[in-house]
Design a protein around this ligand. Sequence first.
Ligand code: TMP
Ligand code: ASP
Length: 267
Amino acid sequence: MSRRRQIYEGKAKILYEGPEPGTIIQYFKDDATAFNAEKQGTINGKGVINNRISEHVFARLAHIGIPTHFIRRLNMREQLVRQVEIVPIEVVLRNVAAGSICKRLGLEEGEPLPHTLIEYYYKDDALGDPLIAEEHIACFNWASQEEMHDISSMAIRINDFLCGMFAAIDIRLVDFKLEFGRLFDGDYSRVILADEISPDGCRLWDMKSGEKLDKDRFRRDLGGEEEAYREVARRLGLLNEEDNGPGEVLDLSSHRSRLRGTPPVKK
Ligand code: TMP
Ligand code: ASP
């Protein structure tokens, strides 16, 4: 038996050649990075949870007619997806001011924005993923006008849908990042949703307490990141008894107070 071929290793995932042409296996790691990989660490069990959350979100989006790369989840850490050519643009949707926009424009974190903002960042680690305008995308031909029309209209629909989905489980969708890819059919291609949607690339705040249930716990050294990710999965109804295998899914009840409390003392 030959070993499967690794295509790419990113910060949070490894991509392997899939079983059929045009397919890829996404393996979700526990590795976490922030600030363009200046800060590195591990969130135990994150890969398992993100695989499950992303599967759920992509399946729900497919139901409302958003084309996605997701085919099926293979096991705890892997999913089968369609092979696409990633559009080199990170699409960020913001409903509430947080993170880099606060620094850039002097906004108070938590201020609701007058309306949803859509921002584009050029996907280039060496440049630190700079904020760009649509003019740059056209000028440097990173995506066509037709692709940008499809991307922005899908992004707005995704935001509307996800705001409702999270509100139903008492979570505010503050902001999140999307990536799209080109699916080729002969000489033609269309853009579909790719990558993942998980607490790694979203800001998710508990509606009542405001506690952060996302990667900001890691970025800001708040602690309790494993419990926060599991809390999101639990509220989405994705943690059932048989998932509680050793080392994969923890019982949250004993950790819940940590999510509300001060950062744990560093040992
Ligand atoms: P920002 O406030 O740091 O610009 O992030 C906005 C959103 O995009 C936030 O939910 C986190 C997500 N994001 C990523 O998924 N990857 C990234 O590299 C960055 C910078 C942000
Ligand atoms: N994922 C990005 C990085 O490592 C940034 C972030 O999510 O904060 O560098």
